[in-house]
Design a protein around this ligand. Structure first.
Ligand SMILES: C[S@@+](CC[C@H](N)C(=O)[O-])C[C@H]1O[C@@H](n2cnc3c(N)ncnc32)[C@H](O)[C@@H]1O
Length: 268
């Protein structure tokens, strides 16, 4: 049976685990360090454990909540001039409609955390930073370096645009209902413009996905359908390596060589 928290029945399908440990809440808010006048947006405010101290520090907050009951409660609790509440799915929300630079925060619903991170990565230009609580294992994959077992598609796709830093772990007992796994706080800060120049993003995404889809294979085999031997020799990337040995810069080089090789599509 699902747990009842402050008169609300926690919904598993919305990934609801509410923070209840005041020390952890204080540490998260201190890690975010909100300043008056900053544009903060919280994803999944829930019962407002982070929302209230964030509003107190920043003066105003935008929040996106999918659960109608929780949205109604938040509307009752906070006046509109303090909380702009958007009732809807953060996965479909156009973050370009909010003022930049944005500081994005949240104890994310774990069931949609990866697609949410990919969605938000598309707005990196408008983001000052993002501070999230996620499953520890996901945070380790986000921050992983080449050569480690945790390094994969998520690491490369996020590190293309952000510096990723794990802040601290949060034990299951800090939440109600108590989750099965440990969580971590992670900070993502957009990299300076021009750090990596990707010619064609879909090609980059395709190469990274294909390389890690068969991560035990060599690049030659995993990318058989995409990259010729000539591409490897031109980029100086050893085709006998596995994907996990390639840095983000290597993937960018490989993808750019491939997109430049594509036949020009004629206009007529
Ligand atoms: C892990 S709970 C965190 C709640 C609260 N921030 C806390 O720390 O106690 C995740 C919250 O995200 C909401 N949520 C789930 N999926 C969502 C989505 N796609 N868009 C926006 N909010 C979502 C849930 O209803 C829930 O309130």
């Amino acid at each position: 049976m699902s747990a009842e928290v402050q008169g609300h029945r926690a919904r598993k399908r919305f990934g609801q685990n509410f923070l209840r440990d005041p020390n952890i809440i204080r540490r998260i808010v201190a890690a975010i360090d909100p300043k008056p006048g900053e544009h903060l947006v919280e994803i999944g405010p829930g019962l407002g454990a982070l929302t209230e101290p964030l509003i107190n520090a920043a003066g105003h907050l935008t929040a996106i909540e999918l659960d109608r009951d929780l949205a109604a409660r938040l509307r009752e609790r906070f006046p509109e001039e303090r909380l702009r509440l958007i009732e809807g799915d953060a996965l479909r929300f156009d973050f370009a409609t909010l003022p930049a630079p944005l500081r994005v925060v949240g104890n994310l619903p774990y069931n949609v955390s990866t697609p949410l991170l990919f969605h938000l990565a598309g707005y990196a230009d408008r983001i000052k930073d993002m501070t999230f609580m996620l499953q520890k294992e996901v945070v380790e994959r986000m921050a992983a370096e080449p050569g480690s077992a945790a390094y994969g598609r998520l690491s490369v796709m996020l590190q293309l645009r952000f510096a990723v830093r794990k802040c601290f772990d949060v034990p299951p007992g800090a939440f109600v209902p108590v989750p099965k796994v440990t969580s971590s706080i992670v900070r993502l800060t957009p990299l300076p413009r021009g750090r990596y120049e990707v010619d064609d993003f879909p090609t980059f995404a395709r190469v990274v996905a294909a390389a890690f889809n068969q991560r035990r294979k060599t690049l030659r085999n995993a990318l058989k359908a995409l990259a010729s031997a000539e591409i490897f020799s031109r980029t100086g990337i050893d085709a006998c390596l596995r994907a996990e040995m390639l840095s983000v810069a290597d993937f960018v080089r490989l993808a750019n060589a491939l997109s430049r090789e594509k036949p020009e599509t004629s206009a007529d």
